[in-house]
Structures are given as structure tokens and as C-alpha cells.
Design a protein around this ligand. Structure first.
Ligand code: G3I
Length: 360
């Protein structure tokens, strides 16, 4: 993830420069359209597709203002960390369900959709898994057990899983994750088969970053899943993470990305959206003009997303609620203001722009 900034930075400096049918979203019913102008109305109420957020478990449990915003404005959630392998499967024969079960129970009680993130990734793997000793058959069995135990546990509680996260490099080649090194590229199709065996009804997504502007990477992803689809091994959708900047990528790039994926008839999840305003990781002033550019990026993404067929609109998830807890500050150790609510949980003008873009 860290090399994103370099890539975007490099290209940024250079550049500067869709009624979902109910079985997928049994939880969400579209609201009457005229809710736009109801200022204190919640965010998702204005939208024809689910509006989600990443949930930071510690903030949710310890910060009432955070919890209040979560319950008011979002009808879909993704666990920011607690449903990743390191948290759910800390040891070979140990699964830790408590935190994720609590979130699943909350979602059930509040009729909020829970999106599972993520079953296979190169990051946040428990060390026993990262350094697992065994031949290909042992790795295959371990991966199968991991996937099927988790998918079965959340059957009927999770609407969809990111079955594989970030498996391709920027040049379109396979990332040399432990899964790829031990099992070859077939680990992806095996993972899909194992998940479907465990729960034939759960939707499966491939999730990745930089698809918004890296056409080479995007076409490698579409080519691989197109190849699998041709032999009857299908995913339902693609998660476009949308970790972007206020100045990059361009509206044309964003539209091309969404249209190209929609043309292949995959559901599209804007899965981790945030718009950073500090690509150079320097001291910045969060001026009105910077916020206006940021606002236009949010509007650009949502307007482009609204143009794809409604049946492919799985939903838009922001990677957090308030700037206070954004991963960008902790991961890049920089000042940044990427989300819809400020550090004091106050709606930024972005919020109304997004709400308006959603209910047009
Ligand atoms: O839980 C430990 C805590 O016990 C410890 O005291 C603390 C200090 O090191 O670390 C805590 O773990 C951190 C964890 O977030 C929970 O806060 C990890 O260090 C930190 O690396 C982890 O960061 C997460 C990151 O994924 C890991 O790569 C971010 O919160 C999360 O937003 C980010 O999300 C990813 C998506 O899953 C995939 N796409 C990119 C996105 C951004 O990197």
C-alpha cells in the first residue's frame, strides 16, 4: 500500500496534476426521493444504493459520538480490521469470533448490511499462517480450512466477502504473496470454490487499489477473473477501493474504470473510499479551495457510479467516518483530512455535497 503514494504522486505530479433486487440486500429499502433537502436526514436515506463505512472497532466501543454517527448515517459496514485473518484466526486451531460476532449482531439488530473483509490477503496474516510449514497439499488444506470455517461461521450474517484482497502488482503481474508462492495463481480459483462450497449464497468480491487509474492492473484483474468465469468459476463483483487524492485521478480515469468493470457485468463496490488532500505528506493548510477540490472528487466518483446499471451498484463504502481515526494519518504519519466528518465529528461541507450527489 505504501508504494501507492509514490505511484500516484509520480503520476499525480505528471498528471496534474446503479433498484437492487432484494435477495442481495434484504436489509435496505430505497427511500422516497425528496429527502434531499432534509438537512438533518441521514446520509444513506438519500441513496439508491447502500452507503457504508469501515468500522474501527476500538472507536465504536469507546467513543459514543463515533458510535452515534455510525448508527445514523450508514446502512452497510465493513470491519476495518477485526475480520482479517490475524484477528479471526490467531492460531492454527484457534478462531476468535467475539469482536466480529458483536459487530454482526449489531448489524442484524439495526438491519445494516455487513460486508466481510477479507479472507485472503498478503497483509495482517497471523505469523503461524505466514510461516506455515507444509507442502502444497498442506497449504491448500490450511487455506481451505481457513476459508470454509470463517464463511460457515458468518453464513447468513455477511452479505458478501472480499475473497481475495490486493493480489496483483501495478504492472499486472501476480503479487508474490505467501498464497501465490505456495499455491501458484490457482489459489484464487481454489479460494472461490472453497467459499462457495461453504456458502453458495454469499457474494464474492475481488478487492484492490489503484484500479481507478492503473489500466494495466485493471485489465490484468479483468482478464484473470474473465478466464475463471469462462470455466465456470465466478466472482460476483469487484471492489474498487478508491483511495484517491483531491487532485488525482482525473474524472475521465474514474469513469473509464467504473465503465470498464461494469461492461464485464461485475457488481461494483466502491469499497474503501477516502480522498486525501496531502499527497506530498507535507505541512498543509486545509483551505476552502482544497476542500472544494476534494468535494468535487467525491461528487465525481458518485456521479460516475450512478451511471452504471443499478443492478451492479453494490454500494459505496467510505474508509472511515471522522478524520480523527483515519488510517492515513497513522499509516503515513502525515496531516490529512480525507473523510466526511472532521475531528470533532462535525459534518464537513463534503457531507452535504455527497448527500446531494446521492439523491439526484
Ligand atoms: O491492534 C494493534 C494494537 O494492539 C497495537 O497497539 C497497535 C500499535 O502498533 O497496532 C494495532 O494494530 C494496527 C491495526 O491497524 C488496528 O489499529 C496495525 O498496527 C495497523 O497496521 C492496522 O492498520 C490497518 C491496515 O489496513 C493494515 O494494513 C488500517 O487500520 C486499515 O485501515 C487498513 O485497511 C486497508 C484495507 O484493509 C485494505 N486496503 C487498504 C487499506 C488501507 O491500508
Amino acid at each position: 500500500m505504501k508504494n501507492i503514494t509514490l505511484l500516484i504522486l509520480f503520476s499525480g505530479i505528471i498528471g496534474l496534476c446503479g433498484c437492487p433486487s432484494n435477495e442481495e440486500n434484504p436489509i435496505v429499502t430505497p427511500p422516497p426521493i425528496d429527502s434531499c433537502n432534509n438537512a438533518n436526514e441521514n446520509l444513506y436515506y438519500a441513496s439508491r444504493f447502500p452507503i457504508g463505512t469501515a468500522v474501527n472497532y476500538d472507536a465504536w466501543k469507546s467513543d459514543p459520538e463515533y458510535a452515534q454517527l455510525l448508527s445514523k448515517h450508514f446502512n452497510s459496514v465493513t470491519a476495518e480490521n477485526i475480520m482479517k485473518p490475524a484477528y479471526l484466526h490467531p492460531d492454527e486451531n484457534i478462531y476468535r469470533w467475539e469482536l466480529a460476532d458483536e459487530l454482526a449482531e449489531y448489524c442484524k439488530n439495526k438491519s445494516i448490511r455487513l460486508h466481510g473483509h477479507t479472507l485472503l490477503w498478503h497483509n495482517q496474516l497471523p505469523s503461524w499462517m505466514q510461516f506455515f510449514q507444509g507442502d502444497e497439499a498442506a497449504w491448500d488444506a490450511m487455506m481451505k480450512n481457513h476459508i470454509q470455517t470463517i464463511v460457515r461461521h458468518f453464513k447468513g450474517k455477511v452479505a458478501a466477502w472480499d475473497i481475495v484482497n490486493e493480489a496483483f502488482e501495478e504492472d499486472g503481474s501476480f503479487r508474490r504473496s505467501v498464497w501465490y508462492v505456495q499455491l501458484g495463481e490457482s489459489y484464487i480459483e481454489k479460494a472461490i470454490r472453497y467459499a462457495k462450497e461453504a456458502d453458495p449464497n454469499v457474494l464474492l468480491f475481488y478487492n484492490d487499489y489503484n484500479l481507478e487509474f492503473n489500466a494495466l492492473k485493471r485489465s490484468a484483474v479483468l482478464a484473470h477473473f474473465g478466464k475463471l468465469r469462462a470455466k465456470g468459476i465466478t466472482i460476483d463483483g469487484i471492489g474498487v477501493q478508491m483511495h484517491i487524492f483531491h487532485v488525482y485521478p482525473s474524472p475521465l480515469m474514474i469513469r473509464e474504470c467504473l465503465n470498464e468493470i461494469a461492461k464485464e457485468n461485475y457488481k461494483i463496490h466502491i469499497s474503501e473510499m477516502d480522498v486525501s488532500v496531502n499527497p506530498l505528506s507535507v505541512d498543509i493548510e486545509y483551505t476552502d479551495s482544497v476542500q472544494t477540490l476534494q468535494m468535487q472528487q467525491y461528487e465525481t466518483v458518485l456521479n460516475a457510479y450512478e451511471q452504471i446499471p443499478a443492478e451492479l451498484q453494490y454500494g459505496c463504502t467510505f474508509w472511515g467516518i471522522t478524520d480523527k481515526y483515519t488510517w492515513i494519518r497513522s499509516s503515513f504519519l502525515r496531516e490529512d483530512y480525507p473523510l466526511l466528518f472532521d475531528d470533532n465529528y462535525k459534518k464537513k461541507k463534503l457531507f452535504n455535497a455527497v448527500k446531494f450527489a446521492l439523491c439526484k
